[in-house]
Design a protein around this ligand. Structure first.
Ligand SMILES: [Zn+2]
Length: 86
């Protein structure tokens, strides 16, 4: 099961955006899912992960961002306006 919210918490508040990216780390050809992120927080998530890797809190592997596949989930949210209006 994937979380239905971006995993980022900013200034004590959870991000309310739906997740758009799955973040995982590949270590020894094994992929570990770390969390999900909205597009806005992709870079923040990336920086945070590198920091945590330096601190040894997450494995020092390759960080991957992959698009969340809407197929196979039961809560698909498709709003064309959201996609167009930036
Ligand atoms: Zn977010």
């Amino acid at each position: 099961m994937l979380p239905d919210r971006c995993s980022i918490r900013e200034k004590g508040k959870d991000c309310v955006n739906p997740p758009e990216l799955v973040i995982s780390i590949t270590v020894d050809k094994q992929e570990y899912m770390i969390g999900v992120s909205c597009l806005k927080h992709k870079n923040i998530f990336n920086e945070k992960l590198h920091l945590l890797q330096k601190q040894g809190k997450v494995p020092k592997g390759v960080v991957n961002f992959s698009g969340l596949k809407p197929v196979g989930t039961d809560c698909i949210r498709m709003d064309a306006d959201d996609l167009i209006n930036l």
